[in-house]
Design a protein around this ligand. Structure first.
Ligand SMILES: Cc1cc2nc3c(=O)[nH]c(=O)nc-3n(C[C@H](O)[C@H](O)[C@H](O)COP(=O)(O)OP(=O)(O)OC[C@H]3O[C@@H](n4cnc5c(N)ncnc54)[C@H](O)[C@@H]3O)c2cc1C
Length: 503
């Protein structure tokens, strides 16, 4: 079985299939989670706003999955309290009732009580929030998305899957009941052909391009309806000191009726996101001027912080693969439910959904392939198969709200703590030993692999990432002998900064 795409969705399928005892290969054109899966708001959530839209089944499923993922990788996924501040008593009462219902729906999987908080209480939690009459606290989860994706890749590999990053599918033809797949290695340019009984197209917002490739012989490409409608989300990151929140803050009504989060994450504060429909799906999308203007005005209006360009440490953009609902305009109204389509024997496309539900989506993908595959050798039990690197039960995990450190490597941290290079500090908790470990054991090849996803410096502080990059490039090149693409990374660091003229 071939899985195309190393984001949350494809990696989840690879883990499920490998644990069932199947022969699995996963290929990722760039790096694991380099698409949407490293650019999320990093919330493991049931979806409070989907509850408001009446998507009860979706919320129930996500609440169950939230609890499961928290147990699979406690160093990378943890409960997080959220406060909602309201400026009018009526909306406060509606929010309190809705969030109580959310807790009730979670039942015994609830992560903590929903509580009303007085105005004084709110001031103690987030002293700068303007105009609050009272608030409500509720619980969801938070995670480190890029490293969770890596943990899935490592788990799939440990279960027998062959997992490759920087390998792109360039051709896909059905021949004699099997699929003949053309692969190309990004670094050597070498091509190879692989034969698979089944192909899972898990390429996120790019699934339609892969469908065109695979189904061209079956259907005229023009008759293929697009399954995905990309929606762009922008986050920016500021110093925790500028918005000293201890808990995540949900702004339920922005000036245009959307929700906005401010989340303490890896020592900084992440603010986002926007929701803007677009018709194309660039690999490295850029923020639009109106999105930046929205974040700037809402950070001031709802969170009480007036920012200057240099206060914004990093701006990152992700494309949400919304299942094409046929409606135009407001993408925030389209349900996040996923879609699984078997359009040819042994060819399944899976897209949409959310990070939180990667595991249940993977189970459904395997069910959709039941007629194409033999009965599995064994049950996968992914709900209790802890992910690679999960610490021993009982170990007290370090909070994801704290600055990055070796704790993010979970059970692998001990290996690196005293390895050669551990005394050479590169910034933001990164050491030369961690870079060497990432090259040897975590598939890191480029500076971007290292500083964007193995260690989240690009996402936390793009200027610092540019300063750290040359030494990281040297270390990677020593380990792999491959050009780590330093100039391309330095250009990316520029793109993740706000131009000085902006605010
Ligand atoms: C702004 C934003 C915030 C979000 N926040 C949350 C959140 O807080 N919580 C939550 O649960 N969900 C969240 N989501 C949703 C979640 O991030 C996505 O649903 C999920 O990451 C999608 O994963 P994926 O694997 O389907 O896609 P991707 O992560 O995009 O993976 C697809 C992969 O396919 C690869 N690929 C493409 N073409 C080829 C090819 N030819 N050969 C090989 N590989 C190929 C790409 O390189 C890419 O890595 C958010 C989404 C966005 C946009």
């Amino acid at each position: 079985m071939l899985v195309i795409g190393g984001g949350a969705t494809g990696l989840g399928v690879a883990v499920q299939a490998a644990l069932e005892g199947r022969s699995v290969v996963l290929v990722e054109a760039r790096d694991f989670a380099s698409g949407t899966s490293s650019r999320s708001t990093k919330l493991l959530h049931g979806g409070v706003r989907y509850l408001a839209q009446g998507h009860i089944r979706l919320v129930r499923e996500a609440l169950r999955e939230r609890a499961i993922v928290l147990g699979l990788a406690p160093h990378l996924a943890q409960p997080l309290p959220f406060v909602v501040h309201e400026r009018r008593w009526v909306s406060w009462a509606v929010t309190a009732v809705g969030l109580k219902l959310y807790q009730w729906m979670a039942g015994r999987l609830s992560l903590g009580p929903t509580e009303v908080i007085s105005q004084q209480g709110m001031n103690a939690i987030a002293p700068v929030l303007p105009g609050t009459v009272a608030g409500v606290r509720y619980w969801d989860g938070q995670f480190e998305d890029a490293r969770l994706a890596l943990a899935l890749a490592q788990t799939a590999q440990a279960a027998g899957a062959q997992v490759r990053n920087h390998v792109r599918v360039v051709g896909l033809v059905q021949q004699g009941g099997a699929w003949q797949v053309g692969l190309q290695d990004a670094w050597t340019g070498q091509t190879a052909t692989l034969h698979a009984n089944c192909v899972v197209n898990a390429t996120g917002v790019w699934v339609d391009a892969m469908r065109q490739l695979a189904l061209a012989a079956v259907e005229a490409p023009k008759t293929l309806q697009a399954l995905v409608k990309p929606s762009q989300g922008v986050h920016w990151v500021i110093d925790r000191a500028l918005l000293p929140i201890q808990e995540a803050v949900l702004v339920p009504h922005t000036s245009d009726g959307r929700v906005l989060f401010a989340v303490p994450w890896l020592g900084s504060t992440v603010i986002g996101t926007t929701d803007t429909p677009r018709h194309d799906a660039p690999l490295e999308p850029r923020p639009m001027a109106e999105e930046l203007a929205f974040l700037l005005s809402e950070t001031e209006r709802a969170l009480g912080v007036r920012l200057r360009a240099q206060d914004v440490k990093s701006v990152w953009v992700g494309l949400r693969p919304l299942v094409n609902g046929g409606s135009s305009g407001a993408t925030a109204q389209i349900s996040r439910e996923h879609l699984i389509a078997r359009e040819a024997p042994g060819f399944v496309t899976v897209t949409g959904g959310k990070w939180t539900t990667y595991r249940s989506m993977a189970q459904e993908v395997m069910a959709a392939l039941a007629g194409d595959l033999p009965v599995p050798e064994r049950q996968a039990h992914t709900q209790r198969h802890t992910l690679f690197g999960a610490p021993q039960p009982g170990a007290q995990p370090v909070s994801l709200r704290d600055a990055p450190g070796l704790h993010l490597l979970g059970s692998q941290a001990a290996k690196v703590a005293h390895a050669p290079g551990s005394e050479e500090s590169l910034g933001l908790g990164l050491t030369a030993a961690v870079v060497r470990h990432a090259a040897q054991s975590e598939w890191a090849i480029t500076v971007e692999d290292m500083l964007a996803r193995r260690w989240r410096v690009l996402f936390l502080d793009a200027r610092l990432a540019a300063r750290m990059a040359p030494r990281v490039a040297e270390l990677l090149q020593q380990e792999t002998g491959i050009d780590p693409a330093l100039p391309a990374f330095l250009a990316l660091c520029e793109q993740y900064q706000l131009p000085a003229s902006y605010c």
